[in-house]
Design a protein around this ligand. Sequence first.
Ligand SMILES: Nc1ncnc2c1ncn2[C@@H]1O[C@H](COP(=O)(O)OP(=O)(O)OP(=O)(O)O)[C@@H](O)[C@H]1O
Length: 901
Amino acid sequence: MAENAAISATDTSGGGAPTPMMAQYIEIKAANADSLLFYRMGDFYELFFEDAAVAARALGIALTKRGKHLGQDIPMAGVPVVSADEYLAKLISLGHRVAVCEQVEDPAEAKKRGGKSVVRRDVVRLVTPGTITEEALLEPGRPNHVAAMARLGGANGAFAIAWAELSTGAFAVRSTEAGRLLADIRAIDPAELVVGDALFHDEALKPVFASLGRLARPEPASLFDGATAEGRLARFFDVATMGGFGDFARAELAAAAGLLAYLARTQVAARPPLGRLARVETGETMLIDPATRASLELTRSVAGRREGSLLGAVDRTVTGAGSRLLAARIANPLAKAAAIARRHDAVSFLLAERRLGDALRAGLKGLPDGERALSRVALGRGGPRDLGALRTFLEGARETAAVLAGAEALTHELGEAAGQLRALPGDLEAELSRTLGDDLPLQKRDGGFVAAGAIPDLDEARSLRDESRRVIMELQATYAAETGIRSLKIKHNNVLGYFIEVAEAQAGALNGTEEARRRFFHRQTMANCMRFSTGELADLESRIAAAAATALKLELDAFERLVVLVCEAAAPIRDAAQALAVLDVSAALADLASAENWTRPLVDDSLAFRIEGGRHPVVEAALKSGSGDPFVPNDCDLSGEAGSHRGGAIWLVTGPNMGGKSTFLRQNALIAVLAQAGSFVPAATAHLGTVDRLFSRVGASDDLAEGRSTFMVEMVETAAILNQAGPRSLVILDEIGRGTSTYDGLSIAFAAVEHLHEVNRCRALFATHFHEMTALSARLDRLSNATMRVKEWQGDVVFLHEVRPGTADRSYGIQVAKLAGLPPRVVTRARDVLRQLERSGEGRRAAFVDDLPLFSAAASRQEPAAPAEPPAAVEALKSLDLDALSPREALDALYRLKAMT
Ligand SMILES: Nc1ncnc2c1ncn2[C@@H]1O[C@H](COP(=O)(O)OP(=O)(O)OP(=O)(O)O)[C@@H](O)[C@H]1O
């Protein structure tokens, strides 16, 4: 209260020095200029000046004013501490950073320094998109990564990216190159990427940072200092050298140390709880370029949601950690056959042992998020419920280990998971169970979370407190009898503590006589009642307060003891959480495979790509829940010849609009992603040689933010594919060359297919509306034509969605346009134009289009007129022999022609 007064008591006459509190605010704000400052005042976080305006706009809260600074009103907005999480979530999702500034001393301490002293405050944490840990701010099934990028050795130096998940403790690093920076960053999908400021402003990387937008932010280059990086990491992990963790490149150490320094900055006092630094080898995972990732909608639909994405269609996990692991696997499919087979083995095993899989899922369902609770506890942000969550988590882990113990011959992955579960220290679970009660408060300061019987001293303090409360109730009865006031009550509030309350009219019994006044002393007069106390009551009160303080202190001590135990067991808890996630994912994929009739793909080092009866998992699911139409399965074979180095095959797919070309193309890419992510696939059989890079160009949209038109985007993406695809790549190209004139487009498409066949030699699917291209199959021996079957029925087209060898004879674009509801006169007119085009022959098509009268002039007719005869003037002109004419005859001819028009 006194503090609020200090703000409003600012010099209101205008100008003058700020109050001590404003001076403190201004100093802290200056040190955190790029964040909104949440300045703690009592039960509120207050924002001032520009921050207040920004927050009021973003959060829809009231903008008020408080006091003056330099003669101007100080704008202010505030959020209650109890609901701060919600507001934080909103601000973070809008891209803000928030510095949380708390009171770091007791107001009583400040008072001791003198009446005008301000309570000491400090920023205790920077809340940024990548460093949130609160359950309310995180999505259970989505990893929340913070990443850092470093380059060592100047412009042509080596790049590395480190990333961590503060909420789970995952910490990893990989090397990368300028050409694949964006692909690798998108694969990690960070919520925030920090970069040394010099690198951030490097001209050559401008497109990368432009594409990342506000995801990337500069930090002082000193965070990434290569010379001290290894030492800083070793100190953090408390080891002599980082060699024991892996063979790290120098840039990798710099990126990891930079990330650590950034985390230390955002967490201020708390030590970021990170697990061992893992190194991801280039080549371990399939490289998926950013455009492909976005267009295939692997973990997010184009609209940015999980629904409609591949992940949304296949995720049957029952825990948040399982869902995050599945998301990470789909976002980063493996590229090594042996590692992929290990995942398939686990799914096969659980598919064969359905009862085991079901038991695992039943046990995992509803288990709390152990790794996220652990991280909050380790960061000093945990409450009793986090400890309770860990207790339940450890119980679940033990029971899961018991379920697995009954199984024979577990596969490699499942066996490893079982081992990690067995390695959990049993005494921690026992200690948590023994100490914690059942009904846990959110905040430790509320007390009441330690179980009765766990700590004898606590039981004693509690019974003293409870006994005293009972005595107070007895006192109330005694006083009521003594004074004859039946409505006399003993109440409690935070200002007075315990007091006796009687109606004003009856107060005479307590203050009417000298004797009464000696016993009952007056405390407060309210509108209708009076409040009194007695020596006994004050005595009891201090006993209760002392007992309550003792009880709370004992509980807080117990809390800290448990926190220490939990932190000591952080590594095995984290491993166990990963193990449960692996079990969840494997059992979920087995469940999916069985329910949807998916099959185990054979993935090896060949150049095969042979899929029989393949389906598109998202479209199939949509059909099932929508029209109920069955999905038509289709084969695809792009296999390169075994043992030859000639490369993979290309299918050129033609067919009508809406025939299912895009679906077919995408389903084959998705089958490759699923197979290499370790899942079974929606097909009757599938044999794939590992795909090391996946490229897909399907559909395009303007990238106006980067100032590129649709056609430009299409060409940039096509260029990336033709420049980068290799013999192990899988390339999906849908309607290249659509965004420009017919001949330009056709020429580009032609040349692109030739390049894929002759230079890239990759396995590829190429869908096109240019039927002229099908002739290429005669020249390119690994190119085959495929088409989508349709049936014509009473002038309409029926799509069969069946892929068969051969070429489409026409596009059926007009029939599709009719289905789409184009006005009948437009359809009729289009048919007319098409007929003329077809009649006029391929070679003259362009000229003919140019000669056509404008649509607006012709469209006024409902039915098209019959094609006109050539005008007589033209016939006459044709018959003239110009070389045989004299100038005079030429002039006459001109007059004749003029008269004919
Ligand atoms: N194999 C299939 N079985 C059943 N329905 C399918 C199949 N393939 C596609 N469809 C249905 O047809 C619709 C159109 O498919 P798709 O977008 O792949 O056609 P397209 O040939 O690429 O069309 P366009 O050339 O206009 O882009 C899909 O949304 C889906 O509902």
